[in-house]
Design a protein around this ligand. Sequence first.
Ligand SMILES: NC(=O)c1ccc[n+]([C@@H]2O[C@H](COP(=O)([O-])OP(=O)(O)OC[C@H]3O[C@@H](n4cnc5c(N)ncnc54)[C@H](OP(=O)(O)O)[C@@H]3O)[C@@H](O)[C@H]2O)c1
Length: 171
Amino acid sequence: MPSVLVTGAARGIGRATVLRLAAAGWDVVAGVRRAQHGDELAQEKPGRISSLILDLTDEQQVASLEQALPARLDAVVNNAGIAVAGPLEAVSPAELRHQLEVNVVGQAAVTQAVLPRLRESRGRIVFISSVSGRGRHADVRALQRVEVRTRGNGRLAADGARPVGHPRRAD
Ligand SMILES: NC(=O)c1ccc[n+]([C@@H]2O[C@H](COP(=O)([O-])OP(=O)(O)OC[C@H]3O[C@@H](n4cnc5c(N)ncnc54)[C@H](OP(=O)(O)O)[C@@H]3O)[C@@H](O)[C@H]2O)c1
């Protein structure tokens, strides 16, 4: 069976993705921040869903993916993310830094960690971004700046995952 890592799997889109993929026959590794959430997910589809503790801002947890993941991995869904919305003057630098740490650096770090397996399996990298990266809304501008970078993560991953010397696909 194909296998996939889904980050931010405890609730929302991540949880729905885990259940959908497991129902479709994937072996799913659910990245959660609290063991209880992983246990609850595993009970939904015993034998098909497993979990590991993964906070994208925790370098050790990201590094431990190397040992914790199954030898074969066919996909990663970079879903874990936060939305810090607001006009520039209402969002503190610390909040912006944290959002960049989760939505940009964290997602990139997870992708780096799984890339060797995905190269081996010729697997897929999925980033969950937002239409907020496209629009111009005063109340979400802080989020927009980060979403544009999340999409940049996707493009960089697409380039970086190519074998050296492989021609770049037209956008
Ligand atoms: N819902 C929307 O309308 C919408 C629209 C556009 C884009 N998105 C994007 O889609 C993704 C999922 O959205 P959602 O609405 O399902 O969000 P959500 O319900 O808020 O769930 C976010 C998930 O990410 C996890 N998470 C947060 N910070 C994390 C970190 N540092 N390390 C690891 N996991 C972390 C949360 O874990 P805990 O449960 O432990 O807090 C939670 O499981 C996000 O990237 C979001 O930006 C959502």
